[in-house]
Ligand binder design. Sequence first.
Ligand SMILES: C[S@@+](CC[C@H](N)C(=O)[O-])C[C@H]1O[C@@H](n2cnc3c(N)ncnc32)[C@H](O)[C@@H]1O
Length: 214
Amino acid sequence: MSEILLPEQHKYLQKFIKGSDTLLNEMEVYAEENKVPILSKDSAVFLEQLIFMNKPKRVLELGTAIAYSSIRIAGCLSRKGILHTIEKSKDNLKLAKKYIGKSGLGDKIKLIEGNALEIMPTLKKKYDFIFLDADKTDYKTLFQYSLALLKKNGILFIDNLLWHGYAAAEKVPAAKINATTVIREFNEMFIAEPALKTSILPIGDGIGIGVKIN
Ligand SMILES: C[S@@+](CC[C@H](N)C(=O)[O-])C[C@H]1O[C@@H](n2cnc3c(N)ncnc32)[C@H](O)[C@@H]1O
């Protein structure tokens, strides 16, 4: 059930979501059974559309997990396109390598092992598209690094800005207050950023889109 849409709208829109291919389906089942958070299907399709439309040559992803979104991005890249994706969890890295191998898209995906907070300041060449999907407590810092690494007219795509509905909720359970505060503060900062043309879209768990305008 969606925490964002009214049940009626959610049920109606679910009818239009197409099934995934065999590998993606296997990954969706693994993620569900093992509680690995991956992009929702509707957000993933929207991400793929943006990649097709903008034909970015260099894409950076912060937070690979098991490489579900990495494989979806890589599958939409043009001939010269490449994805760099950063992951810090050793367990997830193992799975990401397995699934990237299975996907046959290994030549399109460069998996960078380590903490994006340490790796990003060492990256020199800019990117056309950056997908931010790491720990929410790291969002503010990773956002600043992303701004510096994004080319003019480049796109920043950020997941979880509605934070399972809590970002907009009047009452937030005690266990969710810290993360919700982080996301709320992040959203204020993101929307006010003068270097970007921004919006937050009610797709999946809330997608932030920023286009670098200066
Ligand atoms: C929400 S999951 C990513 C899901 C993936 N983008 C997808 O949709 O298939 C977040 C992942 O980011 C990783 N992560 C969180 N903070 C990170 C950081 N600072 N540097 C590198 N990886 C990070 C976590 O270990 C986790 O695997």
